[in-house]
Design a protein. Structure first.
Length: 91
């Protein structure tokens, strides 16, 4: 395993964890309304993940299902990060 592959794998692992935290905070904020610390944490996770998700969202628009909008860009970026992470650790 190379040093560069390991470093890229670690960065992608941190990104995946940040996306999971973003998902949890988005859902809990949606259900509970959110408090001060939750809004700050949510802004932090969005600042770290939105530069990657936004270009994908421009190409892959959210899907409307009745009154609900499903963000497929988040899912695509999440799966791509997991795949790239496994490739990086195998280098």
């Amino acid at each position: 395993m190379s040093l560069i592959g390991s470093l890229i794998g670690i960065v992608l692992t941190v990104f995946v964890v940040l996306m999971i935290v973003r998902m949890v905070l988005d859902w809990t904020g949606l259900l509970s309304g959110g408090s001060g610390w939750m809004l700050r944490a949510r802004a932090l996770t969005h600042a770290g993940t939105e530069p990657v998700i936004a270009p994908v969202r421009r190409v892959l628009r959210p899907v409307r299902a009745g009154g609900v909008s499903i963000d497929l860009a988040f899912t695509v970026v999440f799966v791509a990060a997991l795949i790239l992470r496994s490739i990086a650790f195998s280098l």
